[in-house]
Design a protein. Structure first.
Length: 62
C-alpha cells in the first residue's frame, strides 16, 4: 500500500538526516516547533509517497 507521508529533515549534514516521519503535516507541526531551534536552517518538511511494505533496507532518496 502506498501512502503519502510527511518527512521532517534538515540539510545541515551531507546526508540530509531524516528526523521524523508523520502521516500528516498537522501531526508534524508541534514536534517541528520543539526541535527547529536545534538546527540553524530549521526543520524542513516535505510530502513523499511511501510504500508501507518496503522491506529492502535503507536507501537514499534524491
Amino acid at each position: 500500500m502506498i501512502r503519502t507521508a510527511c518527512i521532517g529533515w534538515h540539510d545541515e549534514t551531507p546526508d540530509n538526516t531524516v528526523l521524523a516521519v508523520f502521516e500528516t503535516h498537522a501531526e508534524a507541526a508541534a514536534p517541528a516547533e520543539e526541535i527547529q531551534d536545534r538546527f540553524e536552517g530549521g526543520v524542513i518538511f516535505s510530502s513523499r509517497l511511501v510504500d508501507t511494505r518496503y522491506v529492502e533496507g535503507t536507501r537514499h532518496i534524491s
